[in-house]
Design a protein around this ligand. Structure first.
Ligand code: DQA
Length: 151
């Protein structure tokens, strides 16, 4: 059975407590359970990883790229948090690892501060899911399986 990595970046370990008006009341553990349940329905294994450190996220992308090349992994659903708007290093890592990524944001970043309107990841993402709350993770997993399955 192939796998998908669901990766969450900085401050997403605070889900449930962090600005619930924007991000909802579900915790990261709830999100990860939703992702595993979605994977089960689709016949893929969902692995979950969260880090507040850019370098760890980069290394996880490199590792995911190797797993994709070995035919073990489909790709990554990635909520990079604020690194989305700042990190050329994550853009480079996605390109270097040649790993299919679905970029995801719980909130509608385009309806928020202008500094959230630009994403370094969108140009190297297979697709982008924005503003569907935590349900976006299920949509992103479905989208990744559908899109990469048809390639
Ligand atoms: C976020 C949006 C980002 O702008 C923000 O920095 C986050 C969360 C989202 O899921 O809506 O940390 O990625």
């Amino acid at each position: 059975m192939k796998s998908i990595l669901v990766m969450n970046g900085p401050n997403l370990n605070m889900l449930g407590q962090r600005e619930p008006g924007l991000y909802g009341h579900s915790t990261l553990a709830d999100v990860e359970q939703l992702c595993r349940d979605t994977g089960e329905l689709l016949g893929v294994v969902v692995e979950c990883f969260q880090s507040n450190h850019e370098g760890e996220l980069i290394e996880a992308l490199h590792k995911a790229g190797r797993a994709v090349k070995e035919g073990k992994m489909i790709g990554v659903v990635f909520n990079a948090g604020a690194y989305t708007h700042t990190s050329i290093a994550l853009y480079d890592a996605i390109k270097a690892a040649e790993v299919p990524v679905i970029e995801l944001h719980i909130s509608n970043v385009h309806a928020r501060e202008s500094f959230r309107h630009h994403s370094y990841l969108s140009p190297v993402a297979e697709g982008v899911i924005v503003g569907f709350g935590i349900e976006g993770y299920a949509l992103a997993i479905n989208g990744l399986v559908t899109k990469m399955g048809s390639k």
